[in-house]
Design a protein around this ligand. Structure first.
Ligand code: 11C
Length: 340
């Protein structure tokens, strides 16, 4: 016996990846409903070798369904997630709406699987921001060994983090550079993204940081340890899929670079590719479509007593969104619902 699963926002970048990953990982699905807003109603989506037609989110009855994977913005989530949760269908939400609610667990299964047992307070589980998810997978095993004091991270985030419109804007602006008669002004992003980098993701906060940077700080504390200090600079780059991060970590105790490499090699969800030669590291184009978070360039930071630098790359639509949501569904199934 398997599960009755709903995917909400099935026509978007993340919703489609959720369907791919449920099929790839052979999640025990008995029945699957794919929902979309009125605008995309009737659109067909693929699930393995099947084609499914989207149903109306507005009129859908969540009663009798086990889990709903939400991949819509915070506004729609605010309306429909409580409805699903109240009907007894556990919500796994990819938006930022519930992440900071103390009664809602924010889970990366490699880091804090024990938090799954808090799901029942509101029958909702939150999925983290993509840039946080891949970083905490690397931080947690190192923290368990040498206790992290402070993290300084700079991100290089792909345009797919901003949805299909972000991808279209990069594509159209890139073509326009070679065709001087067409002009594609910035719409999704604040400045031209083609052949450029933009040091702003999400809105500005009062202290001069951006909300994306704030999310990395707050979510790392909630998932790994509230004592860890994080300072982040988040930058959009002209890459379609795959977020990259340069991470500097300061520990309480000394951690040798070789030991750090061995710990990461053994850690769940991580693939270490770290050869000290030309091209002996992973770049975002190579991680697209993969499940792993790739770690390269592991080295001592000799400017501080207990420091390590590393390079962290992952498919933001997968570990950063859809894969993590499906892993949460697997965890909920394994630890709580026990049907599959
Ligand atoms: C980006 N990280 O790359 C964002 C997208 O809070 O789930 C995901 C925003 C979020 O633009």
């Amino acid at each position: 016996m398997g599960y009755r699963i709903v995917v909400v926002g099935a026509t978007g970048n993340v919703g489609r990846e959720m369907l791919n990953i449920l099929a790839e990982r052979q999640f025990p699905v008995d029945e699957l409903a794919v929902l979309a807003s009125r605008r995309s109603l009737g659109t067909e989506v693929s699930f393995g070798d099947k084609t499914l037609t989207t149903q109306d989110l507005d009129t859908f009855d969540f009663t009798g369904w086990d889990m709903a994977l939400f991949a819509v913005g915070s506004e729609a989530t605010k309306v429909y997630a409580p409805k699903a949760a109240a009907a007894g269908c556990t919500v796994i939400d990819n938006s930022s709406l519930y992440r900071y609610d103390p009664d809602i667990p924010l889970i990366v299964p490699e880091c804090n699987p024990q938090a799954i047992h808090d799901y029942a307070k509101k029958n909702i589980i939150a999925n983290p921001n993509c840039s946080t998810a891949q970083m905490v997978v690397a931080l947690k095993p190192l923290h368990d060994r040498a206790k992290i004091k402070r993290v300084v991270v700079s991100t290089y985030q792909s345009v797919s983090g901003a949805g299909k419109e972000g991808m279209d804007e990069l594509w159209d602006q890139t073509k326009a550079v070679y065709n001087p008669t067409s002009d594609v002004p910035p719409k999704k992003f604040q400045k031209q993204i083609a052949f450029n980098v933009i040091p702003q993701i999400d809105v500005f906060m009062e202290d001069g940081s951006t909300k994306e940077e704030w999310k990395m700080v707050v979510e790392t504390k909630k998932i790994v340890d509230p004592s860890i200090k994080v300072t982040a600079t988040c930058v959009r780059v002209p890459v379609f899929v795959g977020h990259s991060e340069a991470v500097n970590i300061e520990f309480e105790e000394f951690l040798d670079e070789d030991e750090a490499r061995d710990i990461l090699r053994e850690a769940p969800g991580i693939m270490v590719i770290d050869k000290r030669e030309d091209g002996g590291y992973v770049s975002p184009i190579e991680c697209a479509g993969d499940f792993a978070t790739f770690i390269s360039r592991i080295r001592q930071d000799s400017t501080i007593e207990n420091g390590i630098n590393l390079w962290c790359v992952s498919d933001n639509l997968r570990k950063g969104a859809a894969l993590n949501a499906v892993q949460i569904a697997e965890l909920l199934g394994r630890e709580v619902l026990k049907k599959g």
